[in-house]
Design a protein around this ligand. Structure first.
Ligand SMILES: [Zn+2]
Length: 101
């Protein structure tokens, strides 16, 4: 695997229709579905689960900027996001590898 941040639909495939992965202690999941986060999640098929250290408003562990005009992706869901029978949850490998198994 590369150490490139997962910006959209790359990364390890987790469980189709699974719940959002639980973050390790000291971290929170920060999710983006289908490469973006919209108010209405209808039609979401993939959600990438990044990690951030808490408390912080900083970047993800893989280095993606979340806020402001220079954000790498629009719209993040801190500690929440979408799940359901059609949504594949994907852990961002660079993020999760940094905190271990
Ligand atoms: Zn990440």
């Amino acid at each position: 695997m590369s150490d490139t941040p997962d910006r959209s639909e790359q990364g390890r495939v987790e469980i189709i229709g699974g719940n959002i992965p639980k973050a390790p202690a000291g971290y929170e999941t920060c999710n983006v579905h289908n490469g973006r986060q919209t108010v209405v999640a209808t039609g979401a098929t993939v959600q990438v689960n990044h990690l951030v250290a808490v408390p912080t408003s900083g970047p993800t562990l893989c280095g993606l900027t979340r806020f402001g005009p220079d954000a790498d992706l629009p719209g993040w869901s801190m500690g929440g996001g979408v799940s359901g029978g059609t949504v594949v949850q994907k852990k961002c490998s660079p993020c999760w590898n940094r905190v271990g198994p």
